[in-house]
Structures are given as C-alpha cells and as structure tokens.
Design a protein around this ligand. Structure first.
Ligand code: CA
Ligand code: CA
Length: 515
C-alpha cells in the first residue's frame, strides 16, 4: 500500500493547538540510545581573552531583601530552558550603563542587565519556556561580559545590577511559574584575579601550566584553560569556600538550579562533595553539568558524581550531522543507540545552539531556516530537556565566538516571515507537553526517520525528511496504527506488513496515533 503524506509545511494554527487536550503525564523512561566524535575545540568563554588591566568595577554591596520564594518544583524533562547571555539580551536603561560598555565591540560589555531579563519574562514565557539559565552574574574582570572571568564570587556584577535586582528577578520568575538556573564556575578565576596576589590564597591555584593536551587527564584538570588561573579544589580551603559560596547563592536568591561550567576540568572527587553538600540541604536543587564531550560514558561518569543533567553533546553531534545539506540521519540514529549508556537520559539537556558552538543557522550554506526547524522538531519531541539559546527563536545566525553572541533584536520577534520561529516553537512546546514522554524509533535511513513519541496514552508519529528532495521509503511494520494529521485533517493508516511513505522535502510531519 502506498500513500502520500500531506505535502505541507507546518502552518501552525494556534486554534488547533489550544484545542489539544492537555495532560501532564508521568515520564516513562525512553530507551533509545548514541556515539559521536567529540568536538575539536574547548569551552570558549575561557578563550577570547583580552587581558586588559583596567581596574574592575566596584562591587555592589548586597543588603537586599531575603528571597521570598523557595525551590518549588524540580526541573525535569517537562521543562524547557531558555538560555540567556545576560550582557547580550536586554539593556533596561542605556543611560545608566557603566563607562566601559561599548555596543560596537563584540568583546566588550554591551549593556544587557538583569532588569532587562525581568522586563522580558512575559516574552520568555510566551515562547513556552518554563525555566531560564543565566550566564554567570558574579562580578567579572575587565571585558568579562560573558561572566566567566570572575573576580569576586560574592557579588553581582554592577554591569548587570545588584543582589536586590537578582532577587526580584527570581521572585517574579517564580510567580510566573518560571524556574531560574544560575551559571556557576569553580574551575578558574578571571585573568589577573585579585586572588593571585593575595598571600592567604597562595596555594589556591594549580601551578601556571598551559592546558594543551586535552587527552591527558591530569592536564585536563590542572592546566590553565586558555591561560585562566586554575583553582586547586583538592585544597580543602578552596573546596570549602566554593561549597559554602554555592549554598550562599542559593540561600540569597532562592534559585532552582546551577549550570556548572567546565566540569571536566575539575576532579570527580570535588563534584561528588559539591553535589552531596548541595543535595543534602536542597534535595530538589537541579544541577546541570557542562561536559563538552560527545562520549556518553564520559558524560554519564559525571551523573554518577551526583549531577542530575548533562549537556548531551552526543545527541547534539547527531543532530548537527542529521540536519544539513548532506544529511546523515544514521549518525543521529547511532547517537540514539548510545542513549542507553545514560541512567537518566530524559534529564539531560538537549540543544542546537549555545554560546560556545556555532549557531545552527550558520552551519548550512542554504535552507538554513528549514534545517533549523527540523533540528528543533527533534529537540522538542525527544524526551529530554530542551535548551533554547536566546535568538534562536528569531533565527539569529553567527558562527564562532563572539559572532554567536550578538545582541538580541526583539524587533525581529514581531516580523511576519519565515525567520520568526516563535509560532513554530510555541507549537513544538505544546507537542512536547502533550506527547513527549517515551520515544520509539520506527524507521531511519540516510535522509529520513519516523518515530513514535507517547505520554500516558497519547501517541504521536513524527516523520522527518532531511533531504531537499522528495523521498519514498518502504518498510515492514509489525503492528498497525491509524493516523490523523495533528494540524490538518488528513487520515491514513500504517498497516501490518509492508508500507510505503512518500515524504516531501525538508519537512517534519506530525500525526496523532488514534489507535
Ligand atoms: Ca544596562
Ligand atoms: Ca581545573
């Protein structure tokens, strides 16, 4: 039997989506599996050093109100995280910017601040996001706009606001049902940190040795990544400082989680103690570890340290390989095979963009929006935690640091053309909420894949063709199912025995499985 899947791109209809039955289901464990080659470069904030010696801005004193909210609900695979680089998102009051703000210099502070985030919580919520992750808010050294060159671990960078603003942000986010994750750094300080000349901290750093060989385990953990002063967490004073400091930030702000920077440059022993101390006081606190490695066994080793969630670079690599001008869905299928190496794969963070990797829009010479939509369709339907990097919703491009960190342009969120991906992301968020609990791959070849996702008793078939030409596929199926288009009216059947599908080019299609 041959039938033609509706040849239409996703024209999302809000009306239809809002009629979808909403059911929050319990998560069933997905069982699909992945190995991919690790990327070649290393975390980049640590890289774009412009080591100026200007004095840093004075720290804010923080005598703000106590947080009024507490960690309310654990972050799970029901959540969607919106990732914000604070300096590049929204400038609430340009007149009050500090003198070193330079909007023409991609490697300087550009004026984004915490009040700007507060001002856009409605916008963030409208995207379907249920949590935000902010780049580090602590006081940085010169040009540490990204937040990863910390000089003072106990204050909010005055470029971004102060502790009271951060508390207001967390409280208002919580009132809107949005959880807050702060980026946390223990591997290194900023260049020329004041600690380097503090005699009391003479033994707080590893010897100044460059990190060149990322395959050398010792060098990976003790070398100075991109020349950044590398802290020695095996020194009990250092370990105690950061555990107390981390708890202090949680106490002060009421945040729901940390995203832990450069995890693989710090020992497993430290992470075990760190996560143990936090979980002892806050059992539901969420720890998202950045481990820039595509090997699932390496990633899982950090889960064993008590880290809830890991940056799934294995699936990221599979997604990059699958949705491009030379599609290789088999690479993604191979990555899915490796998912079995995770004990809690649905807790992991899944992403197509971030501040260290080239934006997805810049990875293809043509059909950029189409490939981005295919990648997003997979990211939102696979049962895990999608992380949406600011700007992806307006199809921002930009390859490598700092091009992938351009200032957010909210005017683009109101244009009515194919680069405005907000309606599509709203649609995907609804699909995720309703259907994404378990995952079953039915068919895959180089260009196409068909899979079923389900949540409780609601089932959805997803068919993707990553090729820019129409593809007809044939396969045997051991069961039968009746299908109805999610956003249209077409009905069809997948029968026991041989089936044939014809898939339009560059499409992802969604069918409710009615029985
Ligand atoms: Ca500002
Ligand atoms: Ca280190």
């Amino acid at each position: 039997m041959t039938f033609q899947l509706g040849k239409k791109h996703f024209q999302f209809s809000l009306l239809i989506i809002f009629t979808l039955v909403l059911l929050m289901g319990c998560q069933s464990k997905n069982a699909l599996p992945s190995e991919t080659t690790p990327l070649t470069s290393e975390a980049s904030d640590e890289k774009d050093a412009t080591q100026s010696n200007e004095a840093t801005q004075a720290n804010e004193s923080t005598t703000a109100e106590s947080p009024t909210t507490e960690i309310t609900a654990r972050i799970t695979s029901d959540d969607i995280i919106y990732f914000i680089m604070v300096d590049r998102f929204a400038d609430s009051n340009p007149e009050s910017n500090l003198p070193d703000v330079n909007k023409e210099d991609m490697r300087a502070f550009q004026g984004g601040d915490l009040q700007g985030v507060i001002d856009h919580l409605d916008y963030i919520k409208s995207l379907g996001a249920t949590a935000i992750w902010l780049t580090p808010v602590m006081t940085n050294g010169p040009n540490g706009y990204h937040g990863y060159w910390i000089y003072d671990f106990e204050s909010v960078d005055p470029h971004f606001g102060d502790m009271a603003t951060l508390q207001t942000l967390v409280n208002q986010a919580h009132e809107m049902g949005i959880k807050v994750i702060l980026d946390y750094v223990v591997n290194h300080t900023g260049y020329n940190s004041p600690w380097l000349s503090d005699p009391d901290k003479a033994d707080w750093f590893h010897p100044d040795t460059p990190l060149n060989n990322f395959k050398d385990a010792n060098e990976l953990e003790t070398g100075w990544l991109a020349g950044l002063p590398d802290l020695d967490q095996s020194n009990p004073e250092v370990k105690d400082y950061f555990i107390k400091n981390a708890l202090w930030w949680i106490d002060q702000t009421g945040i729901d989680g940390f995203r832990l920077d450069t995890m693989r440059h710090v020992s497993h022993e430290f992470w075990q103690d760190f996560s143990g101390a936090i979980k002892e006081k806050y059992p539901d606190f969420f720890l998202l570890g950045e481990v820039w490695d595509g090997n699932t066994n390496t990633l899982e080793s950090y889960h064993k340290d008590g880290i809830d969630s890991l940056t799934n670079y294995s699936l990221y690599n599979g997604i990059i390989n699958a949705f491009n001008v030379k599609p290789n869905i088999l690479s993604l299928a191979n990555a899915l095979e490796k998912e079995k190496n995770f004990s809690t794969p649905t807790e992991n963070a899944l992403f197509i963009d971030n501040h260290d990797n080239a934006r997805f829009m810049s990875q293809n010479p043509k059909n950029q929006v189409e490939y981005t939509k295919l990648a997003l369709a997979f990211t939102y339907t696979y049962p895990a935690i999608p992380v949406l990097y600011y700007g992806t919703e307006i199809a921002m491009d930009g390859a490598y640091d700092p091009a992938n960190r351009a200032f957010m342009d909210f005017s683009q969120s109101e244009v009515n053309d194919e680069t405005n991906l907000i309606p599509y992301l709203q649609f995907l968020a609804q699909v995720k909420e309703n259907y994404s609990g378990s995952f079953h791959l039915i068919y895959r070849d180089q260009f196409t894949m068909i899979y079923e996702i389900s949540k409780e008793n609601k089932r959805l078939l997803v068919a993707i063709n990553a090729s820019d030409s129409e593809k007809t596929i044939s396969f045997d199926y051991s069961d039968s199912m009746s299908l109805k288009e999610l956003t249209g009216s077409e009905s069809l059947t997948l029968q026991t025995g041989s089936n044939s599908f014809t898939l339009p080019p560059l499409t992802s299609q969604f069918y409710i499985i009615t029985k």
